[in-house]
Structures are given as C-alpha cells and as structure tokens.
Design a binder for this molecule. Structure first.
Ligand code: GTP
Ligand code: MG
Length: 298
C-alpha cells in the first residue's frame, strides 16, 4: 500500500494565464499595462478610446507568467460603428481570460460607463479584481468605489503613472492563475507584431497632434518596412512608408494642415516615437489619403 500526503495543498511548479484589464475609457489601462511590463507596448493618450485592439503585455516572474490583455475602454458617446466595434472587442476579450481586473478611475464617480463595464463583467463570469487607479493624485471618489467591493474578490489601489501598487497587483494575480506552462517564450513581452506597433506609434501621434474628431475618422496602415543601409553621410536606418487613411476630404485637409505644417509635425513626432519604440534610427515617409471605407475597418 502506498501512502499519499493529502494534508498540504500542492503548489504548482509554474502558473500562467491571461488577465484582462477592463474599464472606462481613460481609466489608465494602457498606462498600467506598460508599467507592469516595464516597456511601452500599448499607446497612451488623453483622448477617449485610444486602444482599439486587445494587446497582450507579458510579465515574467520566477514561478509564473502573467499575460495582461489591454482592452478598448467603454465610452458613452453617440453610437457609431467604431464605438460599437470597440465595446464588442472589449467584451470578447473577457471570454477566454482567467481573471479580470476592473481598473476604475477613482478620480471620477462611478458612472454609466462603469455600469457598462460591470455588465460586461457579469456576462463574462470570471473572477474579478477591482483596481482603484490613479492613486498618485487626489481621488475624491475612492469611497464611492469601495462601496462596490462586494462584487470583487479583491480591491487594491494602484497607479500606472508611478507604479505604486503594481508589484502587489502582479503578485496577487499570479497566485490566482492556474498551473500551466508559460504561454510566451521568456524573451517575448507582447503579441503585437512590429508592423502593428509601427502603425500604433503613428496613430498615437494622430491622437496627440490632430483635432478632437480626427482620430476617430482615421486609421494607419504600414505600406513598407525596409532596412536602408548606411551611406557615407547617414547611418543605417529602418525605412518605413506608412499612410494615414481619412474617411473624408476635410479630415485629410486637417491632417495636412496649412502649407503641410501639420503632416510635417506628425511625421517628425512619429519618427522620434518610432525610434524610441524600435530602438533604432528610422526614416519615415507619411502619406495622407482618403478612403471612404476606412471606418468599417476601425
Ligand atoms: N495621474 C494619473 N494619470 C494617469 C494614470 N494612468 C493614466 N493616466 C492618464 O490618463 C489618460 C488615459 O490613459 P490611458 O492609459 O491611455 O487610458 P486607457 O484606459 O488605456 O484609455 P482607452 O485606451 O481610451 O480605454 C492619459 O492622459 C494618462 O496620462 C495614473 O496612474 N495617474
Ligand atoms: Mg488604452
């Protein structure tokens, strides 16, 4: 007869799984993701609905791997195909994750967008954690948020801007993941392809540099990426040709600006950001074209 020890719970050799970050738009999901991963994998702007696609950011720990899934934020505005698509993508992202972190913006009271988030959480039926974000600034609505604590397994304070609470969040999440082999090789921090990251870096500049409406009437496509060998006067560079597609002529005009000033600025800021993201010299050619079908593709 063999005897088996059943008194001690077994600690798995390795834990891994997916953790979605959801919340209203501007809650700071992408900022927190970048902080957790330790590098910029998702773009950040002060404008609503910056994130359009779920982006994975991988945190490698000695005994665990936490794969965070950034999602488009919930936004209450006039309905459009883009807004509906983004909400749908956020809901879908919850369907196959192990844990959901609801990142709340505790500088604001819980509102209709947060109700949309809570409905999505209800539909997903996954274990939930409430992260009260932006704890680096005064948060007059923190107590209003804490009244929802009963809906979550855990509530904690966090700041993507300073990193306060970030290690604690990762540790608590890792302990809730299932026993599993790593989902990503140890050298990977994201599922985003190089071309996706290039398009996103340019899209970030459209959000930052162009007028309020323009980002929602445009998308970025990468046409060509090619190494340009060093010459007598220039170092080796990555040559990138990209196009900003605008849904109508007037948005194209806004992006070009008077005498081409706006597109020149967009190109230069995008080039510098691309150099930061890719860690190498970049030569960027940026075209602005009208494509009436662009909104369909979001
Ligand atoms: N003070 C403070 N500001 C923050 C923090 N995190 C994000 N922000 C600011 O909030 C704004 C939105 O940040 P994002 O990270 O893009 O927010 P998001 O939730 O990803 O937004 P969507 O992609 O639109 O859903 C930016 O202006 C950030 O600088 C934080 O921890 N503290
Ligand atoms: Mg975002």
């Amino acid at each position: 007869m063999t005897s088996e020890r059943t008194d001690l719970p077994e600690t798995p050799a390795f834990r891994a799984g997916l953790v979605a970050l959801v919340g209203r738009t501007n809650a700071g999901k992408s900022t927190l993701l970048n902080r957790l991963v330790g590098q910029k994998v998702s773009i950040v702007t002060p404008k609503p609905q910056t994130t359009r696609h779920p982006v994975h950011g991988v945190v490698h720990l000695p005994g665990a791997q936490v794969v965070f899934v950034d999602t488009p934020g919930f936004f209450q505005t006039h309905r459009s195909r883009l807004v509906d698509t983004l909400h749908q993508r956020a809901r879908e992202a919850l369907s196959d994750v192990d844990v959901v972190v609801h990142l709340a913006d505790a500088t604001r009271p819980p509102g209709p967008e947060d109700e949309m988030v809570m409905d999505a959480l209800e539909g997903a039926g996954r274990p939930r954690v409430l992260a009260l974000g932006k704890c680096d600034v005064p948060r007059p609505h923190r107590e209003a948020w804490r009244r929802h604590a009963g809906l979550y397994q855990l509530v904690l304070d966090v700041s993507g801007a300073t990193g306060a609470g970030a290690d604690e969040l990762v540790r608590l999440l890792a302990s809730r993941l299932p026993a599993s082999d790593p989902l990503y090789p140890v050298e990977d921090v994201t599922n985003a392809t190089r071309d996706f990251r290039i398009a996103e870096a340019i899209r970030e500049q459209v959000y930052l540099q162009a007028g309020d409406e323009v980002p929602y009437r445009t998308m970025v496509v990468v046409d060509r990426v090619e190494v340009m060998p060093a010459t007598a006067t220039t170092p080796e560079r990555l040559g990138i040709d990209a196009t900003i597609l605008a849904s109508e002529d007037r948005y194209q005009r806004m992006l070009i600006g008077r005498g081409g000033a706006r597109v020149k600025q967009l190109r230069e800021f995008s080039r510098r950001e691309l150099q930061r993201v890719l860690g190498r010299k970049v030569a960027l050619s940026l075209d602005i074209r009208v494509d009436g079908n662009m909104e369909e593709r979001g």
